[in-house]
Design a protein around this ligand. Sequence first.
Ligand code: 5GP
Length: 201
Amino acid sequence: MFVLSSPSGAGKTSLSRKLLERNKNLFLSISYTTRPPRPGEINESDYYFIDDGKFNEMLKRDEFLESAKVFDHYYGTPKSPIIAAIESGKDVLFDIDWQGTQQLMNSLQDDLVKVFVLPPSAKELEKRLLKRNQDTNKTVKDRMSKASNEISHYAEYDYIIVNEDFEDSLVNIESILVAEGLKRSRQLKIQEVINNLLNDL
Ligand code: 5GP
């Protein structure tokens, strides 16, 4: 399970999209949120957009793997699609904040690879947030001021990517994915390969 976190506007969503396009074994966890959709966002593709009542019902029914309040709205990762994806042998990509990452760490520590994406500078972060053109000026200011809180959690992550150049960042994240997948503990069929090798020697 692969977590990507970053301050809003660091480029994490674009990186996730490209990663999914290029890595067919990667399954994106689509979160539920009470945040209203931004222009261009599609229900059930970017998020499941729901109201507070439905969110609370799901919370009560214990249907979230993790959930958190981020910028005045609630966000949660649904359990059942993740379990299904893992059972079918997929890797799962989570685009969640530090609070959700901490919750996943409590239950899934050994199965989690955590990557933090940083913008190269505050100026660049502001530029990207403004360019996104989906948020109001007030939202951009809010997100800038909350970036330092998000960034203060960088040490809880295994890898840090400073997203200066999109292509470089993508290659770096893909390298992490490949290397982590090659770890002995994650190669579930390696014992069979070793046994066959030893038998034939
Ligand atoms: P945005 O509103 O810009 O799409 O997302 C705001 C923040 O919420 C981002 O940092 C994003 O990673 C985080 N987020 C999105 N979905 C979830 C989720 O299901 N759980 C948690 N904890 N954070 C989420």
